[in-house]
Design a protein around this ligand. Sequence first.
Ligand code: NAD
Length: 334
Amino acid sequence: LPVDQMTVAQARTEIAQLQDLLTEYGIAYYEKDEPVVEDHVYDELYARLVALENHFPQFIKQDSPTQNVGGAQTKSDLAKVTHPAPMLSLGDVFSLAELQEWEDRTKKALDGQQPQYNLELKIDGLAVALRYENGRLIQASTRGNGRIGEDVTQNVKTIKAIPQQLTEPLNIEVRGEIYMPKASFVKLNEEREADGQEPFANPRNAAAGSLRQLNAAITRSRNLSAFIYYTAEPEVLSATHQDQVLQRFAELGLPTDHHNRVIGKMAEISDYIDEYTQKRDGLSYGIDGVVVKVNSLDLEYDLGNTIKIPRWAIAYKFPPEEATTVVQDIEWTV
Ligand code: NAD
């Protein structure tokens, strides 16, 4: 039923059902690393919940999945780490038309200015924060619920791509994505099946399950890798633009994905999307979309964040590789 044709009672019921269902899917995905539905199913139900909550804001609950990053809480046995600045999620769009709406809102918030954008591939892994002191890696943590994550320092130290020492003695927290290369994923699942174990659903969940381990030797055996793409302290790098941040990371010895591209107009994104839709299968790691970031860090600061997502970035998600009709079934059976 279209949102604007619903009665308040119908909306209240469907919103409550979706909040409960998505919370349950979120626990399976974020906390247990064992999703029970495909991502596009989750994404469509989530978009429906956002539309309903926008129309009937009186039913937004503080614990709604739309108001919280990741799982509601971190329940694992790993020690907890409080993030100095919250680790956020990203808003997402599924079409160029929705992307244009996002740009219109962004420009309006910038009093009509046309920003440049830095386009990056959206790496299909899990977010991690790395703290360096005097250039030495001293702590690594997962995103968790955005405010409190899990301490995975020993595990991250087994990942070859992540330097224990930067090339400059900086004090800085950097953030990025830990992922499992496709080849490692195929090999791991073959081994698990040969051992009679359940295979991992996808490389993202395999990466998360491999990192969130009490035994770092297991992490070591899983051949994870990483790309770093963010810091809340760009002044430490003397960087004023996101593309410079990435360059500085590379100079520091941090792993960066070099497929980023700066564009002056949103229309130029079509070429980038087409290019990586084609190149996607040939990459050694999984990507699930393109992240569009306002390139100027001053403008980024002006735009700021909501409680869950930055206003200065948006994820354009690729269509699911094999779409199914499960969404319809689930919508009718909740
Ligand atoms: P997300 O994964 O859609 O996007 C945000 C994340 O993208 C960031 O936190 C960061 O880790 C990552 N990222 C990758 N490359 C990046 C780059 N270049 N720059 C910045 N960030 C980059 O959001 P989320 O909140 O982690 O998870 C929500 C998504 O997870 C949903 O859209 C859904 O697809 C999936 N999910 C699935 C289920 C399920 O049951 N299948 C349940 C919950 C969530």
